[in-house]
Design a binder for this molecule. Structure first.
Ligand code: FAD
Length: 450
């Protein structure tokens, strides 16, 4: 089966779903749009998880899909989700799988009975030029499209070091991609669990283990012995007066001065932090590639720590394990992983070896091979952080000479190096709204607009 379409969205997660929803809201004919991805759109890596222990890390009023109706999700959740544990003093923190159901329902509602052109597959290679793109699938089939939206999201985690399996055993498990959460039920209650990485994915694992009554030891292997703080109730009341002109050094000084000297899990600190955030994308985009790289190198870990705070339920689970002295931190980076003699052995760079029965890879996003192919085939250029491809403020992908493609766009977390803090659902939904308007204006003949 080879296919032709006007607009092709590559990906099937949240970004693909919001792109589809906003294109349809712009009156673009559903028949002129095709989605390419393995599952029905809306869930993706973030919200396609099966574990009920994996919760949104933001309260209910923050995932905003429609700018004119910011509380749409909060109302839907109140009507449709039965989850007494969602309520906390910092707001309602719902299950990620329930948010995936919401997104799926929004897509169906927007389609209003029309069929969705959904091709279940994975894009392996993109060739062509403006107005004439070709996507090759893993099966060898291809799709031709006039306009293409890259919404491939967060590439699933891969092991950060070599893995040698000298002995296989059903009692030992290695989980390379923990995001679906299906590994949890394979862990017996008294076994020793190793978490490689100390961010939100490790906290998800801890919450999952606590919910299933885990009694065994948990070792967190991470270069830093620090988890993101819990979300506290916060509001924005003040508008920071940023220095002008601003340099990376001035930015850091200003932020340090603006933030109160209170613990980061307190409302006062988080109110100030959230007051700073709305201007950061504009400031980031004003920095050159060198300045962005320096900032990320020196402060990226701090930024990631405080931008992604965790749900109060998740932090409570961590505190429970900590209070029962069930959890330990092993400071370092893994150099290699070996399975032998009835155990999993993780050797760190300093030579220390940590042993356990189950190893969960919580090291985060890997490289996106499709985006790397666009760079190696000189269709796109790398972004400032060299972690993705570069786009301009209109979301157009830039070619190696810095010129914007007119019909190749990207939205979602991979736009971060170019545009700043574009990870949260509401920031991605804004991109989708902007993009849908641009596509309607520039690409759709009136016959394809209803
Ligand atoms: C585990 C996890 C939890 C998160 N939790 C939150 C949260 O609680 N709150 C929040 O605001 N943000 C959260 N985020 C941030 C998240 O980046 C965004 O909120 C948003 O969900 C990103 O959606 P996405 O569709 O761009 O990416 P993803 O969720 O990564 O989905 C991308 C989809 O595209 C598919 N795909 C990728 N490559 C191809 C290809 N070549 N061909 C076809 N299909 C492809 C993938 O299989 C996947 O299904 C989370 C992210 C992750 C990874």
């Amino acid at each position: 089966m080879n296919k032709e379409t006007d607009i092709l969205i590559i990906g099937d997660g949240f970004s693909a779903a919001v792109a589809l929803i906003h294109l349809l809201r712009q009156g673009i004919d559903a028949q002129s749009i095709t989605i390419l991805g393995k599952h029905s759109p809306g869930r993706g890596n973030a919200y396609g998880c099966t574990s009920p222990a994996f919760r949104l890390n933001v309260r209910e009023d923050l995932p905003i899909i429609f700018s004119e109706d910011p509380l749409h999700f909060a109302r839907w959740a109140n009507e449709h989700i039965k989850d007494p544990q969602a309520k906390t003093s910092a707001g309602y923190f719902y299950r990620r799988s329930d948010f995936g159901t919401y997104m799926n329902q929004l897509v169906n509602h927007q389609l209003d009975g029309r069929d969705l052109n959904h091709i279940q597959g994975e894009a392996q290679r993109i060739t062509g030029s403006d107005g004439r793109w070709r996507v090759e699938l893993k099966t060898g089939e291809y799709i031709d499209a006039k306009v293409m939206i890259l919404a491939t999201g967060n590439a699933t985690p891969t092991w950060p070091c070599p893995v040698h399996i000298e002995q296989t055993s059903s009692q030992l498990t290695l989980t390379e991609n923990p995001w679906p959460g299906d590994y949890l039920h394979r862990i017996p209650v008294n076994d020793h669990v190793l978490l490689l990485g100390g961010g939100l994915t490790a906290l998800d694992a801890i919450n999952g283990l606590v919910e299933q009554g885990h009694q065994g030891k948990v070792s967190v292997i991470s270069p830093r012995v620090l988890f993101p703080p819990s979300q506290a109730p916060w509001t924005r009341t003040k508008q920071p007066q940023w220095p002008n002109p601003i340099t990376p050094a001035r930015l850091v000084r200003f932020m340090r001065h603006y933030l109160p000297n209170t613990p980061t899990d307190q409302s006062e600190w988080q109110c100030a932090w959230e007051e700073l955030r709305p201007d950061l994308n504009r400031i980031w985009q004003g920095f050159n590639a060198y300045q962005r790289r320096i900032l990320m190198k020196r402060f990226g870990w701090l930024w990631n720590l405080y931008r992604f705070r965790a749900s109060p339920q998740t932090i409570a689970a961590y505190h429970q394990m900590r209070d029962q002295q069930q959890i330990e931190f092993r400071c370092g980076r893994a150099k290699n992983i070996t399975v032998r003699d009835g155990a999993i052995h993780v050797t760190l760079h300093d030579g220390e070896v940590v042993h356990g029965h189950h190893l969960i890879n919580c090291t985060g996003v890997a490289r996106d091979r499709l985006l790397d192919q666009l760079i190696s085939d000189a269709i796109a250029s790398p972004d400032a952080l060299k972690s993705s491809i570069a786009i301009d403020s209109q979301l157009s992908v830039l070619d190696p000479r810095g010129r914007a493609h007119q019909s190749l766009w990207m939205i979602g977390p991979a736009t971060m190096g170019s545009l700043g803090d574009v990870i949260a659902a509401s920031a991605i939904a804004k991109q989708a709204e902007q993009l849908a308007k641009a596509i309607r204006l520039n690409w759709m003949p009136s016959s394809n607009v209803q």
